[in-house]
Write a protein that binds this ligand. Structure first.
Ligand code: ADP
Ligand code: MG
Length: 238
């Protein structure tokens, strides 16, 4: 399960309101993508879902449970950080098993879970390597592997492909789509790249200045944008 509801969610940094009342129901197993221009609040919203950022007002509900005031480790959602957030001094295997080790899991359990995640991600032959000896795409897969081993209810991605070069970005798009199918997990994904959103998303949430402009499938947004902002952002002909 991984049903996430945002109810009248607001974020204030001091006197400045950056999320202005967001209501959204994310279905279990859905790949939902937040898009919008830089500074519109995508990362802040994602960080509130993860618990890394406090929610000023409103509620965040995970599978019917109010998690608004829970810390990240109590939410069973895994944030996938960009690949440069890997530990450079640890092997792929230890990077992937780090969270389990910290949680005190026995060695046998860690190695079994890491090996299963490595299968899914086709990383088996790289388990002994350090991040610096991997390609950008492989590093990104390790970053995803770190999240997978914890068997979360959902995965949260903040522009996971933005530091990869253009051709690798396209490969990794397929990789994310393949993973989403394989894992059947809820994924909340932030990007400022509308092409990435259009090709990957079950549904897209278009944000502007801390407000939702429209929510819909890529096709709905393309064929019937609610307003000029959405039309221009998505590149719709209308
Ligand atoms: P996006 O990810 O869409 O580019 P962010 O969520 O990072 O946007 O930021 C939304 C707004 O909130 C921006 O105006 C940003 O400057 C502001 N902001 C983000 N984090 C903080 C913070 N810790 N303190 C004050 N303002 C912040
Ligand atoms: Mg951001």
């Amino acid at each position: 399960m991984g049903q996430i509801s945002l109810k009248a969610v607001e974020k204030w940094f001091g006197e400045v309101q950056v999320i202005k009342g967001v209501d959204l129901d994310i279905q279990d197993g859905e790949l939902i993508i937040f898009v919008g221009p830089s500074g519109c609040g995508k990362s802040t919203l994602l960080r509130m879902i993860s618990g890394l950022e406090e929610t000023s007002r409103g509620q965040i509900v995970l599978d019917g449970e109010d998690v608004t005031h829970k810390v990240p480790s109590e939410r069973e959602l895994s944030m996938v950080f960009q690949s440069y957030a890997l530990y450079p001094h640890l092997s792929v295997e230890d990077n992937m098993g780090f969270a389990l080790k910290t949680a005190g899991a026995p060695k046998s359990e860690i190695s079994e879970k890491v090996s299963r995640a490595a299968d899914t991600l086709q990383l088996n032959q790289y388990l002994d390597r350090r991040p610096k000896d991997l390609s950008g795409g492989q590093r990104q897969r390790v970053a995803i592997g770190r999240a997978i081993v914890r068997k979360p209810k959902g995965f949260l991605f903040d522009e996971p492909l933005s530091n990869l070069d253009a051709s690798l970005r396209v490969d990794m798009r397929f990789e994310i789509a393949r993973l989403h199918k394989a894992l059947e997990s809820t994924m909340v994904y932030v990007t400022h790249d509308q092409v990435e959103a259009m090709t990957l998303a079950d549904r897209i949430v278009v944000l502007k200045d801390g407000l939702i402009m429209q929510v819909g499938t890529p096709r709905e947004l393309y064929e019937s944008p609610d307003n000029v902002f959405v039309a221009q952002f998505i590149g719709s002909p209308k």
